[in-house]
Ligand binder design. Structure first.
Ligand code: HSE
Length: 431
């Protein structure tokens, strides 16, 4: 091959990073694939916009078909975002025999299996390392690095915006809204931060991670999602008192072949490796039966970090082109999906209750717990400013989700309990 031609769909933050990495690492790319890599065309929304990358404007186009139908383009790099329209572009590219590299988690979480099947039918590669945790090579870590092991648990801090917000709230005692504005100004929140703070962005990434890690098709709808919008500074302070740090954790656990996948604000023991992942950084903790505990850490977003993942995927496609094995790596899942029921999901729980400070209230709360097979590991009571009211904060021993939901339902109706202020899952301490 004299050179490999790439068509770029999108020239925003990640697209500009891809141009820079290809230019500045051309020697290394040449060494690995044996020929130069050339960006032949780039799809943009506006030709004459000021950009933070030097690019010959004659290769810019407003028409996607100039890329998707160009017989000289070997690989389409999709960094434009969006779901439905982009999916149609990729289908067109694949049916015109182009390999795909995408950073689009929204698309892959929903249409990944369909697009991978189509790509494999056309002997095309479809790689998407950049879609989860930006610059961290976690997908290759799971699929290649841990290919020989049986992964039983993954816990991910896979959204930089929420990690930044929770870190600042914990360390600086600031409010959720205040820190969210700063995250937006710094540019790592999505245009619509609802997907970040509501947990959907993490859920998309966990659907991708658990599909690969457990080798079964996990759909976005299989992921239980709770975001961080209700988290208060008081919750974080109580958590600290009990020796926990709050993180938005994507949790994927397999027992036998039954799995649970969720995203929720979680209290982690301070000694857990994920507790020290701060600010906008991402990390994925992976437990394999043979390897034990591993953790992948790094920048989860940003122009150059995300571009390294995209360009590494390009190298993967180009190596396959030289070997003539494109489209062969998309193996179908090994297992049928089996999701755990709530009575199979066990964890500790943190609970804050406002109660009337009267004789017998604590003992009737204890009865509700014991009736449902649950018990306390830690408990504290604080008088509230108002007369004869108190706050009870506790952490349960491990209990089933079903049992804990029953406890909550009964506590809400219990005489002496005014309301349940907050509840969170608690993790750590065991693999
Ligand atoms: N909004 C995402 C984050 C960007 O905050 O992590 C990377 O997917």
């Amino acid at each position: 091959m004299e050179s490999i031609s790439v068509g770029l769909l999108g020239l925003g933050t990640v697209g500009s990073g891809v141009v820079k990495v290809i230019e500045s690492h051309q020697d290394k790319l040449m060494h690995q694939i044996g020929c130069p890599v050339k960006i032949k065309k780039a799809l943009v929304k506006e030709i004459n916009k000021v950009r933070d990358v030097d690019i010959d404007t004659s290769i810019l186009t407003l028409d996607p078909e100039e890329i998707l139908l160009d017989p000289e383009i070997d690989i389409v790099v999709e960094v434009m975002g969006n779901i439905e329209e982009t999916k149609e572009h990729l289908i067109k590219a694949i049916t015109h025999k182009k390999h795909i590299v995408t950073a689009n988690k929204d698309l892959m979480a929903v249409y990944g299996p369909e697009l991978l099947t189509l790509a494999s039918e056309h002997q095309c590669d479809l790689f998407y390392e950049a879609s989860v945790a930006g610059g961290i090579p976690i997908l290759r870590g799971l699929v290649d690095g841990l290919a020989s092991d049986r992964i039983t648990k993954m816990m991910g801090i896979v959204n930089g915006t929420t990690n930044f917000i929770l870190t600042k709230m914990t360390k600086e005692g600031r409010s959720f809204d205040d820190v969210l504005s700063e995250a937006q100004a710094l540019g790592f929140a999505e245009a619509d931060p609802a997907a970040d703070v509501g947990g959907l962005d993490s859920a998309r990434k966990m659907a991708i991670l658990s599909t690969l890690g457990f080798s079964m098709n996990i759909d976005l709808d299989d992921v239980k999602v709770k975001g961080i919008t209700e988290v208060t500074e008081e919750d974080l302070q109580y958590a600290k008192q009990f020796g926990y740090i709050m993180k938005l954790i994507g949790y994927a656990h397999r027992e036998g072949n039954r799995v649970e996948v969720s995203v929720e604000p979680t209290l982690l023991e301070e000694s857990h490796p994920l507790s020290s992942v701060n600010d906008e950084y991402n990390a994925v903790y992976v437990y394999g039966e043979a390897v034990g505990e591993t953790m992948f850490y790094g920048p989860g977003a940003g122009s150059l970090p995300t571009a390294t993942a995209v360009v590494s995927d390009l190298v993967g496609v180009m190596k396959n082109m030289r070997l003539g094995v494109n489209g062969k790596s998309a193996v179908s899942p090994q297992f049928m999906k089996q999701l755990k029921e709530d009575d199979e999901i066990y964890s500790k729980h943190f609970l804050r209750l406002h109660v009337e400070d009267e004789v017998g209230v604590l003992s009737s709360i204890t009865s509700v717990f014991s009736k449902n097979g649950a018990s306390f590991e830690k408990v504290l009571q604080n008088p509230l400013g108002e007369e004869k009211r108190a706050e009870i904060v506790l952490v349960t021993h491990k209990t089933s989700l079903e049992g804990f939901e029953r406890v909550l339902e009964e506590l809400r109706d219990l005489k002496g309990v005014q309301f349940v202020k907050s509840t969170y899952r608690v993790e750590g301490g065991d693999a």
